[in-house]
Design a protein around this ligand. Structure first.
Ligand code: UFG
Length: 319
C-alpha cells in the first residue's frame, strides 16, 4: 500500500515506518522536525519536511491510500502551561491533515491516541469502554482527535483506528527514543546508567501500590509496530475503531529501576521526590479487544527485554 506517515521522524513513527517498509509498503514520511530527527527516517522512505498545517500539497503529490498519524506534541507538563500549542498542533494540525486526506479521497487512517484520554481510572485494567476524563490538555487534545475521527467516519466514510498507547518502551530497527527534553522513566534511568545523569528522582513513594511507587503498563515499540500493521487494513469505510495497546501487566517505578540495574549492571542511584502532578497511581491496559479482533499478541512483553533493547541502542561505547 502507498502510505503517508505523519510524524515518521519521531521515536514511534520511525520504528513503524521501518516495519511498514519491511512489510513491502511504499512510505512517504511527513514531519516538521520540531521534535523528530531527519536521520531517524528509515532508508527507503521518502522524506518531506512539512507541518500538518501544510500537508495538503504533500498529499496532493503523494496520493496515499492510507495515513498513519504520529505527529503531535506529547509533553504532559508543557500541555498544562502552553495549552495553545497542543490545541494548535494536535487538534488544528489533525483537522488540516484530515481535510488534506479528504481532498485526495484518502479515507483510511491509523491515529496515535493515548492512555491519557482516560485520566484517573475507576478500575484497572482499563477497557476501551471506560470513561474518558483526561486530566491534562495533552490527553484532552488526543481525545478531541478521537472524536474527530468518529465524526469523519460517520459523515465522510473514513475507515479509522485510534490506538491508545500506554507506556511505550524499547527500540527496534536500530531506532529508539531520542528526545531533546526527556521526561520518560526508562530513558532517564538509562541516562543515569550511561553516566550522563547523576541520579533518578522517583516521583512519590506513598501511592496506594505494593511498593508505594506508580504502576504503568509498558509495551515494546516493536509490538506496537505490529499492531499498526494489523490495524491498517482492519476498519471498513464508515467505521472508527478504538484499541488499547498495553501488555495488561503493570510494573512499578521501583521495578523499572531494578530492571535497569539488572540490565546495565549500574547501581542507578535514586532520590525520592514529591509526586508529579496528574500522575495516576496505576495505569494498566486491557488489550483484550485488539487481541480478539485482530489477533495481536505482544512478542516482547518482558520488562528486561524492553530495557535491554533500549540500552543496547543508547549505551555509550565501553559500558
Ligand atoms: N517517573 C519518575 N521519575 C522520572 C520520570 C518518571 O518517578 O524521572 C515516574 C512517573 O511519575 C510515572 C512513571 O515513572 O509514575 C512513568 O512516567 P513516564 O513519564 O515515563 O510516563 P507516563 O506514565 O507519565 O506517561 C505515559 C506517556 C504519556 C501518556 C501517558 C498516559 O509517556 O505520553 O503515559 O498515561 F500521556
Amino acid at each position: 500500500m502507498r502510505v503517508l506517515v505523519a510524524g515518521g521522524a519521531g521515536y514511534i513513527g520511525s520504528v513503524v515506518t521501518a516495519a511498514l517498509l519491511s512489510g513491502g509498503h511504499e512510505v512517504t514520511v511527513l514531519d516538521d522536525l520540531s521534535t523528530g530527527h531527519a536521520d531517524a527516517v528509515p532508508e527507503g522512505a521518502t522524506f518531506v519536511q512539512a507541518s500538518l498545517h501544510d500537508s495538503a500539497p504533500v498529499l496532493a503529490d503523494v496520493r496515499p491510500e492510507a495515513v498513519l498519524h504520529f505527529a503531535a506534541k506529547s509533553l504532559v507538563g508543557v500541555s498544562q502551561t502552553q495549552p495553545e500549542d497542543y490545541w494548535h498542533t494536535n487538534v488544528g494540525g489533525s483537522l488540516a491533515l484530515l481535510e488534506a486526506m479528504r481532498a485526495v479521497d484518502c479515507r483510511r487512517i491509523v491515529f496515535s491516541s493515548t492512555a491519557a484520554t482516560y485520566g484517573e481510572p475507576e478500575s484497572v485494567p482499563i477497557t476501551e469502554d471506560a470513561p474518558t476524563r483526561p486530566t491534562n490538555t495533552y490527553g484532552a487534545s488526543k481525545l478531541a482527535v478521537d472524536h474527530m475521527l468518529t465524526s469523519y467516519a460517520v459523515a465522510h466514510r473514513f475507515a479509522a483506528v485510534s490506538l491508545r498507547y500506554f507506556n511505550v518502551a524499547g527500540a527496534g530497527f536500530g531506532l529508539g527514543e531520542r528526545h531533546a527534553t526527556e521526561t520518560h522513566l526508562i530513558p532517564i534511568a538509562l541516562q543515569v546508567a550511561a553516566g550522563t545523569r547523576e541520579a533518578i528522582t522517583v516521583f512519590g513513594e506513598d501511592y496506594p501500590t505494593p511498593d508505594g511507587t506508580c504502576i504503568r503498563d509498558y509495551v515494546h515499540v516493536l509490538d506496537l509496530a505490529d499492531a499498526h500493521l494489523l490495524a491498517l487494513p482492519a476498519p471498513a469505510p464508515g467505521e472508527h475503531r478504538v484499541y488499547n495497546l498495553g501488555n495488561g501487566t503493570g510494573f512499578s517505578v521501583q521495578q523499572v529501576v531494578d530492571a535497569v540495574r539488572e540490565v546495565t549492571g549500574h547501581p542507578v542511584p535514586v532520590v525520592v521526590g514529591a509526586r508529579r502532578a496528574g500522575d495516576p497511581a496505576q495505569l494498566v491496559a486491557s488489550s483484550a479487544r485488539i487481541r480478539a479482533d485482530l489477533g495481536w499478541a505482544p512478542q516482547h512483553a518482558e520488562l528486561t527485554t524492553m530495557v535491554r533493547d533500549a540500552w543496547e541502542l543508547s549505551r555509550p561505547a565501553g559500558r
